[in-house]
Design a protein around this ligand. Structure first.
Ligand code: NDP
Ligand code: 8X3
Length: 266
């Protein structure tokens, strides 16, 4: 088993959802934690309750300079990161592509793709130098299976899937592991953020079904990290039992008649 009691774990998106649950899970092993998020008060709250050494790092992962500077300036006790959990991310909106906000698209690309890149790139050289480390990315089933309104969000998670595999290729021989965790529906703040703070719209997403919990996903994160050093789980796709696939959609409008037609939800 990897010695998690002596590990230093940096978790982005630690102020909520999977990141917060992973912080709790690794704290149970006694790991040292660097917790990243923009909401300072939540980081302080975690630090006061986790009972292990915690370095709160209030940071916007979209800020390339700030990410590089924060990692370069880590205090000695936290400087040797063994595990990076890239959980910071978001979906914004569920509109069809022709109507969606370009600002939302930019924000998802900047956070889910570029933020994840910046954190990974800042931390990898140290892992390679120490010949040990584990990058655990939070992809999504949305990276493999499209759904209406998933457009750019799904695209960002497809990037995470391919980037994770690319890292494996680049890091062969380095001793550094890479895993992409790809969850389906999980009730965190994810849908509240997606629907811009509307809790009733968010609640409808999980109505009448049992979604994954953040702890379920944290268990997957913890499991891949705890495996012996020579074992690399490339990807885990995990869904609630009550979620599956809908099949292909077919437009049955007679050929030619659809030109110029506007579906009411498009
Ligand atoms: P939450 O909304 O509960 O948590 C998202 C976290 O990301 C928060 O801690 C937030 O912190 C942080 N974050 C967002 N933007 C930034 C930023 N610019 N800089 C730093 N931190 C940021 O969502 P989940 O925990 O559910 O989602 C975590 C990851 O898992 C995301 O990448 C999401 O896409 C993915 N995912 C979620 C699924 C779900 O159904 N919930 C399913 C599959 C994947 P703060 O606001 O304090 O900065
Ligand atoms: C979040 C899961 O199915 O809402 O990545 O896109 S889903």
């Amino acid at each position: 088993m990897t010695d998690l009691a002596n590990a230093t774990v940096l978790i982005t998106g630690a102020t909520s959802g999977f990141g917060a649950a992973a912080a709790n899970r690794f704290a149970a092993d006694g790991a040292r934690l660097i917790l990243v998020g923009r909401r300072n008060e939540r980081l302080d709250e975690l630090k006061s309750k986790l009972g292990v050494p915690v370095l709160p790092l209030a940071l916007d992962v979209r800020d390339r300079q700030a990410v590089a500077r924060s990692i370069a300036e880590l205090p000695d006790a936290f400087a040797r990161i063994d595990i990076l959990v890239n959980s910071a991310g978001l979906a914004l909106g569920l509109e069809m592509a022709p109507k969606t906000s370009l600002d939302d698209w930019d924000d998802m690309v900047d956070t889910n793709i570029k933020g994840l890149m910046y954190c990974t790139r800042a931390i990898l050289p140290g892992m390679v130098e120490r010949k040990r480390g584990h990058v655990i990315n939070l992809g999504s089933v949305a990276g493999s299976y499209p759904y209406p309104g998933g457009n750019v969000y799904g695209g960002t998670k497809a990037f995470v899937e391919q980037f994770s595999l690319g890292l494996r290729a680049d890091l062969l021989g380095s001793g550094v592991r890479v895993t992409n965790i790809e969850p389906g529906m999980c009730e965190t703040e994810f849908s509240v953020v997606r629907f811009k703070g509307d809790p009733s719209q968010a609640a409808k997403v999980y109505q009448g079904m049992k979604p994954l919990s953040a702890d379920d996903v944290a268990e997957c994160i913890h499991w891949v990290a705890a495996l012996p050093d020579h074992v690399n789980i490339n990807r885990i796709e995990v869904m609630p039992v009550q979620q599956a696939f809908g099949g292909f959609a077919v437009n049955r409008t007679p050929a030619g008649a659809e030109a110029g037609a506007t579906a009411k939800d498009r």
